[in-house]
Design a protein around this ligand. Structure first.
Ligand SMILES: NC(=O)c1ccc[n+]([C@@H]2O[C@H](COP(=O)([O-])OP(=O)(O)OC[C@H]3O[C@@H](n4cnc5c(N)ncnc54)[C@H](O)[C@@H]3O)[C@@H](O)[C@H]2O)c1
Ligand SMILES: [Zn+2]
Length: 350
């Protein structure tokens, strides 16, 4: 029987120490932080759902959604910090999904050349991915995360009770990243996910808490080794190369795009690493189980143009994360032609 209890983990990264507070409750932030120095940042949805948590605390509000992740928001919030007389002693705490943790981490890293910050992720995707790892950025028009920093928060507090109000779609988006960790690092988890469903984890708080911590551990293990993504951290981009192109062309949530990207990467793997062909079908089954789409109509030509765009004119190769087998991924330098063929093959199957 699963037995789970609260345990804090103090982790050391090249850019700083982070206290991971798993299985906690939001109110515990006030056990260690001086209320007078804290400024909370959240979005209007979370503020509406959890109003009492923000009562009597200085709170800055952001519009919900990806559109807020722009430099104009950073400028506005910086001015509000000045009005609130925020100093180098101020601690910014982002309470929200990946949009809020990205905004908070970036803002805290540049305001007065850097002040302390912490995160309370409130989406599944935020918990297993966006809040961890120290990368925080905003978009520059269509260019996702073009402006950013690598800087660790002081703490990340996990309170899974926030997930009670999360929409079904957002649960699925979070599971796309969980499936990603299983594919690249953890065959046992890959098998476990096949046996379960979103409902299983919604109904079993211990299983959910263990699942989240397991994914965060995988991410941290990678980031501790390679914070600046020179090597092993690249593996976390499994499914993300094609996903980013699709996300730039169509309004599709990140998790759904990553799911499609993982199918395309596994199709390429079959010819490059010798991944068993049945695994592609297996991954599709897993995505469907967690209500993620396996079919999506997109223009492979335009996607390819975007993929080529950030390469120099005469560069013909691109790093791509492929699977050797479930639980084992490797980085490959692929000719554009191989990627183009896979995009066309995916498109013609749908
Ligand atoms: N920095 C990183 O390493 C990293 C990694 C992955 C993703 N990201 C970024 O994260 C963002 C996506 O994160 P996300 O999926 O959490 O998006 P999000 O922050 O936009 O949240 C999704 C939606 O859920 C709502 N919401 C949040 N918590 C809720 C709750 N508890 N109950 C009800 N509704 C709630 C939000 O208001 C929003 O409408 C993207 O911008 C992506 O680039 C960053
Ligand atoms: Zn992602």
């Amino acid at each position: 029987m699963a037995f789970y209890y609260r345990m804090d983990k103090l982790l050391t990264f090249p850019s700083g120490l982070v206290k991971y507070m798993f299985q906690s409750s939001f109110e515990q932030i006030w056990e260690t932080l001086d209320k007078n120095h804290v400024i909370l940042i959240t979005d209007e949805n979370i503020f509406r759902y959890y109003k009492p948590l923000f009562k009597d605390h200085k709170t800055l509000l952001v519009n919900p959604g990806e559109g807020a992740k722009e430099i104009s928001t950073i400028e506005r919030l910086s001015k509000e910090l000045v009005s609130l007389e925020a100093t180098r002693k101020t601690i910014l705490v982002g309470v929200g999904g990946g949009v809020i943790t990205d905004i908070t981490g970036f803002l805290a890293s540049v305001y007065m050349r850097g002040i302390s910050f912490g995160f309370v992720p409130t989406t599944l995707l935020g918990m297993v991915d966006a809040a961890a790892g120290g990368k925080n950025g905003v978009n520059l028009g269509f260019n996702k995360n073009m402006l950013g920093t690598i800087n660790q928060p002081d703490f990340i507090l996990y309170d899974t009770s926030f997930l009670s109000t999360l929409s079904d779609d957002e649960w699925s988006n979070g599971f796309a990243e969980i499936i990603k960790y299983a594919c690249i690092f953890d065959e046992a988890l890959y098998n476990e996910l096949h046996k379960n469903s979103i409902t299983t984890y919604k109904n079993d708080g211990d299983a959910l808490a263990m699942l989240i911590e397991r994914c965060v551990d995988w991410k941290n293990k990678t980031v501790m080794e390679d914070e600046h993504e020179k090597g092993v951290r690249k593996l976390l981009n499994f499914g993300h190369t094609a996903a980013h192109a699709i996300e730039q062309l169509y309004e599709i949530p990140h998790g759904k795009a990553v799911g499609i990207g993982m199918i395309i990467a596994s199709m390429i793997s079959v010819s490059v690493t010798g991944l068993e062909k049945s695994i592609t079908e297996d991954i599709k089954r897993l995505l469907s189980l967690y209500h993620l789409p396996v079919k999506f109509k997109f223009d492979p030509k335009r996607a390819m143009e975007l993929l080529r765009m950030d390469k120099k004119r005469n560069e013909q190769l691109m790093d791509y994360i492929l699977l050797d087998k479930p639980g084992k991924a490797t980085v490959h330098s692929l000719p554009f032609e191989v990627i183009e063929n896979a995009l066309n093959a995916y498109e013609s199957e749908n």
